[in-house]
Ligand binder design. Structure first.
Ligand code: FAD
Ligand code: FES
Length: 266
């Protein structure tokens, strides 16, 4: 996909068929674009636009929150934080979007995995849900560790509780679960059971804590990184992150990386 001509061959149109305002600037959108969910894997993403205005010509990256190949649909869970997501939040059923995807490497679930932990803060939970569903399908036990500023910013908690063996919450204001670091709960569990893989998304702070715990408890750990993206397909190099093996493109070699490879103090 390094050749720009390939962009046209992977550009596709999708139709918005559902738009739900969850709360506090969080929205869920369902898009019909049959080709994309056929190929999509947990942890991959799409580049999306529905804007034609001059100052906003770049597509924006969004992870798959729900993948339904049989229905030809996928969902995105997103937070309205700027111009693009505002336009998306104002869209109507039937509106068309332009898409490139599925993109990126997605999450790896190593063979013989028996127990995983999923650690997320706020909207970071979005790409982890399909991973949890896939893990559950494979008979893997899931321990979930969720944090947010306050209770009503804890997303998808019912869904997560229904898939997880145990779910732990922390909120900054103590409105749900404990106050403090969600990785404190993770360490408690790591002392009791062998967790094969820990997954997280978005927050550098969480990923750094997980890296420190990894040194002590020796598990595999993967982080899905978020960077500003322009092309999403590996050509512009605008999304590079420093790793132990040099600079890597988050859109192409990522967004999922082993935590020990990422250099966080840049
Ligand atoms: C692989 C990947 C998957 C993603 N999946 C999701 C998802 O499932 N749900 C979701 O809500 N968001 C997701 N994001 C983030 C999403 O792409 C941005 O929120 C979106 O591009 C914002 O567009 P905007 O035009 O509304 O905001 P802009 O007007 O472009 O930006 C508003 C503010 O947010 C900051 N910002 C924008 N994008 C990022 C970013 N990637 N990292 C840090 N700061 C940023 C800007 O610097 C600015 O301060 C993902 C990002 C990546 C790289
Ligand atoms: S966004 Fe262009 S190389 Fe990653």
């Amino acid at each position: 996909m390094e050749n720009p001509r390939d962009i046209n061959s992977i550009l596709t149109k999708g139709k918005i068929i559902e738009q739900v305002n969850l709360s506090n600037n969080y929205h869920k959108i369902k898009i019909k674009a049959p080709q994309i969910p056929q190929e999509a894997k947990p942890g991959q993403f799409v580049m999306l636009s529905k804007w034609k205005i001059k100052e906003l010509f770049l597509k924006r990256p969004f992870s798959f929150y729900n993948i339904e190949p049989n229905l030809g649909t996928f969902d995105i869970l997103y937070k309205n934080i700027g111009k693009g997501t505002q336009i998306l939040a104002e869209s109507k059923i039937g509106d068309l979007v332009e898409l490139i995807g599925p993109l990126g490497n997605g999450f790896n679930i190593p063979e013989n995995t028996r127990k995983v932990a999923v650690v997320a803060r706020g909207i970071g939970v979005a790409p982890l849900i399909p991973l949890m569903l896939e893990s559950k399908k494979r008979g893997i036990e899931i321990y979930s560790f969720l944090s947010a500023q306050t209770e009503n910013l804890l997303l998808c908690s019912n869904k997560i509780e229904s898939i997880s063996r145990e779910t732990f919450y922390t909120t900054d204001d103590g409105t749900k679960g404990a106050k403090g670091k969600v990785t404190g709960f993770l360490e408690k569990i790591l002392k009791e059971i062998v967790v094969d893989v820990v997954y997280t998304c978005g927050s550098k702070r969480l990923a750094k804590h997980i890296r420190n715990l990894q040194k002590k408890y020796n598990f595999l750990a993967f982080v899905s990184l978020e960077e500003h993206m322009a092309c999403g397909i590996g050509t512009c190099k605008g999304c590079v992150r420093k790793t132990k093996y040099g600079y890597k493109r988050v859109c192409k070699e990522g967004p999922v990386f082993p935590v020990e490879e990422v250099i966080f103090n840049d």
